[in-house]
Design a binder for this molecule. Sequence first.
Ligand SMILES: Nc1ncnc2c1ncn2[C@@H]1O[C@H](COP(=O)(O)OP(=O)(O)O)[C@@H](O)[C@H]1O
Ligand SMILES: [Mg+2]
Length: 369
Amino acid sequence: MSTSYSGPLPPGSVIGILGGGQLGRMTALAAAGFGYRCHVFTPEADAPATQVCAQTTIADWDDAEALAQFAAACDVVTYEFENIPAAAAALVGRHAILRPDVRVLAICQDRITEKTFLGRIGVPTTRWRAAGDPDALARGVAETGLPAVLKSARLGYDGKGQVALVPGIDLAAAWAETVATGMASAGQPAIVEAWVEFALEISVIVARSAGGDIAAYVPVENQHENHVLRRTIAPAAITQALAAKAEWLAKAIAEALELVGVLAVEMFVGGDGALLVNELAPRPHNSGHWTIDGCAVSQFEQCVRAVAGLPLGPTRRHADAVMENLLGDEIARWPELVADPEVQLHLYGKNEARPGRKMGHFTRLRPCR
Ligand SMILES: Nc1ncnc2c1ncn2[C@@H]1O[C@H](COP(=O)(O)OP(=O)(O)O)[C@@H](O)[C@H]1O
Ligand SMILES: [Mg+2]
């Protein structure tokens, strides 16, 4: 349990996972394949990851003693979502190796620090301005123009904490609406972004090892409905030159972050073929689920390899894939899907099928184009 250990973790070692959702669950399943034991920290009893882990700590993010004990019991700790309170992550980082580093988490958990970082390393994004109060929002919109979108800088996911700003909109009301989501408030930062008329959305999942090796998966197309990922098509139907550029951008970002782990880079492809980076997620990502069935090494195994100090595995795909999420009630389709010989079905062990909740996913494979 040294905080400076960086060699490969032997089988039997303990990987800590902050967060108990499906990403942690699938990471733990991959870790088990190398004989690792996972210890999940989550405030939620019976969370998806806890059902497949050797150990769990059920405690709140502000429970310093539970966090310290958890960290001391792990050989390395990673996280499966980026909205962990920074203080909790920093505390864990004092007692264990945290991968990706707490610095990476800090950059990626705030849309303003994230876009500032991307600008500093020369990665293109849409025009944006910080909009921490109605006046700043009005000044910001003067720069971005309309349409635009107002987003809470922190805690948003699946479109939560976002309000569309159309021409003629009452900005004060839009501000109040964002505040009403509970994810922004006076003093809690928000951001206004110019709306992008994208041709399609793509993402690249990139991994970087403790030794600095980098590997990326092929860019995929992501189709959203109501701001939630509906399906991922692998590979994205884009030119080879654009795919190479997207991969290059993702690798440059991972390098600049000195990432150890996996990172999803969401991008917009403009009508003119220009690439704009939308957001970063320093963890496995919904758009990488197809890699479980379509690639030699999945994003989850790759994450385990990186955080455990192992060499990265090959990212090549043996099939093209279409991955679809099962949201809310759609979970009722499971008997039909599990009987379909063309489908690989993955369910997350969630009891309550709330509307829009990610209950599972399924992947159809096709021979590579
Ligand atoms: N500036 C923008 N222009 C066009 N579409 C956007 C913009 N920002 C977000 N969106 C749409 O909303 C989706 C969710 O927004 P995103 O910033 O990725 O937040 P999150 O995934 O954290 O909810 C995006 O995938 C995209 O479809
Ligand atoms: Mg997103």
